[in-house]
Design a protein around this ligand. Structure first.
Ligand SMILES: C[S@@+](CC[C@H](N)C(=O)[O-])C[C@H]1O[C@@H](n2cnc3c(N)ncnc32)[C@H](O)[C@@H]1O
Length: 401
């Protein structure tokens, strides 16, 4: 949890409070001054800051620290853009908690820019000298950076709503080989299929509400980013993905080459058809009697073994709050074990169709593992299991327990 400290001040007419997020002290607009009961806090503040997004920023810190380790570079050799920086807390956390990367923090709102400069003064001269604070429209900035002829190693896209307007310009300037792309989407309702027209318009996907909304959302976003990159002869390999109550976050890495881009599009993307709790994976769309086709979406692994193992080694050493750390580690460990298993079984739903009470998820997992199947919980749903067992086996276990 973000720690609110007693220190307050005022800058540029804005009441501020000092907080500690992760291992970093920072000034933010004071929620105690601006929060009105019953309103959504981030939009009540004169500058956008969402304490609920701490875990999202933790994931950026973990991704950057892991990226630094696996790329075997010195921090100064890495340029990281926080494209839509808001208060700038993510960029300063990266400098303070990961290392002296070259961090570019950008926001279209000039108030945010002034505010970032104000916060910058509270950091050491080394940190200040590695922070570049800019005031551009995001796509304009990314297009001009092409003219700087400077390879960009990592870009973080954290918008209001959909990230799609920024992905094309981001992949064009990202290092073609081993560039890190972090993407957040908060338009989860469209991505989980609640608003199919909006999803089709923004992500080019045919989708609908299903019991697998969270995973379909992540696979939709990955496919959208991949499809955008392939036209430049670049593939994007997923490193990890999280679906949390109010946002989706994915991490991807660039791989250059038309051949690998084609392979990812043709062999690892496709469609699914859901029929009576069973998912049929289709490489090409076909009409099914129920017309419940969803796609195109990413069908390959969401979690990269090498990257996630390294992330697990590193997370413990980072100054992230204990609650987030435990959650992230638990999720990553479980998802890694089932990385080759797309989708999951919602035990509660299957039990209710069988007119049985829902057994303890732990007991179903133990029984499946006893029978030799891979079985783990998944962060996508508290009552779901990822397993390579067929539906019939799960139904038998539910009836038995
Ligand atoms: C969700 S907030 C970013 C939060 C921040 N990344 C964090 O971790 O706290 C989105 C920010 O994007 C900025 N923004 C929106 N559209 C933009 C654009 N086209 N170019 C640059 N900044 C933009 C807004 O001013 C806002 O501060």
């Amino acid at each position: 949890m973000v720690e609110y400290l007693d220190e307050t001040t005022k800058f540029d007419g804005i009441y501020l409070r000092r907080i500690r997020e992760g291992g970093t002290l920072y000034w933010i607009p004071d929620p105690q001054h601006y929060a009105k009961p019953g309103y959504y806090l981030p939009f009540e503040l004169p500058l956008f800051y969402n304490p609920m997004m701490e875990i999202n920023r933790d994931l950026s810190i973990i991704a950057l620290a892991t990226f630094l380790r696996v790329s075997d570079k010195e921090p100064e050799e890495i340029t990281y853009i926080e494209l839509l920086a808001g208060t700038g807390i993510r960029g300063f956390r990266a400098l303070n908690e990961v290392g002296l990367l070259n961090v570019i923090m950008n926001d279209i709102n000039s108030k945010c820019v002034k505010f970032m400069h104000f916060n910058a003064k509270c950091f050491s001269p080394e940190i200040q000298s590695h922070a570049t604070i800019l005031n551009y429209e995001a796509n304009h900035l990314l297009s001009s950076i092409r003219l700087w002829k400077k390879p960009i190693d990592a870009i973080d896209i954290d918008p209001f709503g959909t990230p799609t307007p920024f992905i094309d310009s981001a992949v064009r300037i990202l290092r073609r080989k081993t560039g890190l792309l972090l993407i957040t989407a908060t338009d989860t309702s469209a991505l989980i299929g609640k608003f199919p027209q909006s999803a089709r318009r923004k992500y080019g996907v045919y989708t609908k509400i299903t019991p697998f909304g969270g995973e379909i959302a992540i696979r939709t976003l990955i496919h959208y980013a991949l499809n955008t990159a392939t036209k430049y002869g670049i593939a994007l390999k997923p490193l990890f993905g999280f679906f949390l109550t109010h946002f989706i976050k994915i991490a991807l890495i660039t791989i250059p080459g038309r051949r690998v881009a084609d392979k990812f599009l043709w062999d690892r993307s496709g469609w699914i058809a859901i029929e009576d709790d069973k998912i049929h994976i289709l490489r090409k769309p076909k009409n099914t009697p129920k017309g419940d086709l969803i796609g195109p979406i990413w069908l390959g692994p969401i979690y990269d073994e090498e990257f996630v193992n390294e992330a697990l080694n590193i997370t413990n050493k980072l100054p992230i709050n204990k609650k987030s750390k435990t959650k992230i580690e638990t999720w990553l460990k479980a998802e890694l074990k089932t990385a080759l298993i797309p989708f999951y079984y919602n035990i509660e739903l299957i039990a209710s169709k069988l007119r049985r009470t829902t057994p303890r998820i732990k007991d179903v997992i133990n029984e499946l593992q006893k029978q030799g199947y891979i079985a783990e919980r998944t962060h996508f749903h508290p009552k779901a299991i990822k397993t390579n067992a067929p539906l019939e086996i799960i139904q038998k276990i539910i009836k038995k327990l």
